[in-house]
Design a binder for this molecule. Sequence first.
Ligand code: MN
Length: 348
Amino acid sequence: MAGPSQNTHFSSSGAAAETSIGPNHPLQEILAVLHCGRRFLVCSHVRPDGDALGSMLACGMMLEQMGKQADLVSPDSIPMLYRRLPGAARIRTAPVPQEFSAEPYDAVILLECDGLERSGLRGLENLFLINLDHHVSGRPYANLNWIDHGAPSVGEMVYRLAMAAGARLTAEMATCLYTTVLTDTGGFSYGSVRASTFELARELVQAGADPIRIAQEVCYSTPISKMLLLGAALNTLHREGRVAWLWVTHQDMVRTCAAEEDCEGIVNFAVGVAGIEAAVFLRELPDGSVRMSLRSKGKTSVAAVAEQLGGGGHQNASGCTVPGPLSRALQDVRERLRYALATVPESS
Ligand SMILES: [Mn+2]
């Protein structure tokens, strides 16, 4: 196994990167480590989304095809709408072991974590770390780093890795990967979408991913608690110029019996308003701090705003957690969004 001093960083954007996988490409180095090892830990970030879970599952399937042992671990439970992903029951969720350093892993594969803390797992520091990320906030903290800011989902990177490994694209794997693309591009509508995104989608559908069934499960299986919470949030919807915002209090969460996962996607109702370029959804947490989800359209970036507030993400989708109270957090983020928009010309 390669020593932990090895440190490779690669960053690219645009489709050109896909055609130039030379011997020094981090993908090849990652592949070499996977070939040598026997047992791997595969994890992603806290509050896993469609990309995190679909990528973990596809990565596990690839490793199994390679004859390796893969342990899939998430510190948080799997949101309802992803529990029917092929192999989802394989992911170990809480309670997870607090200490991984004693486990005989040849490497840890971290999917879209911009640091070890994002994994929500402890004791990984001394293991050999492989970092696959596509976030703007992605940085080379691991032993091997493959960061592709142009990839619409980290699932696409797992796909490229699996193809390079000679893995067979099974219907199950294709279903997991299609879910990563569908969810991380907001249904093929974010700025990260390019022609190759549809080529990948086509390939995944040909391999057995059912786009209609996946859309049904991801987009049309809303629990009633989420609809009630959405109602509460929509009651607070406001706009000022090109910025819109909405929020829920902790009391709203309790009253509607909503789970954390029910907040996902609510921000899209604000950014979806005509004439709006940037939007934020705020949620008051039980301890009074505030979780924010930011979205924007086109060239307007909300990545920097989230980073200023200690979070991170993409140009069109980012998030952060800030101290309360809600009213002050809202005022602060509105000012930052107004400032971010001041540099972007109004779209026609
Ligand atoms: Mn992602």
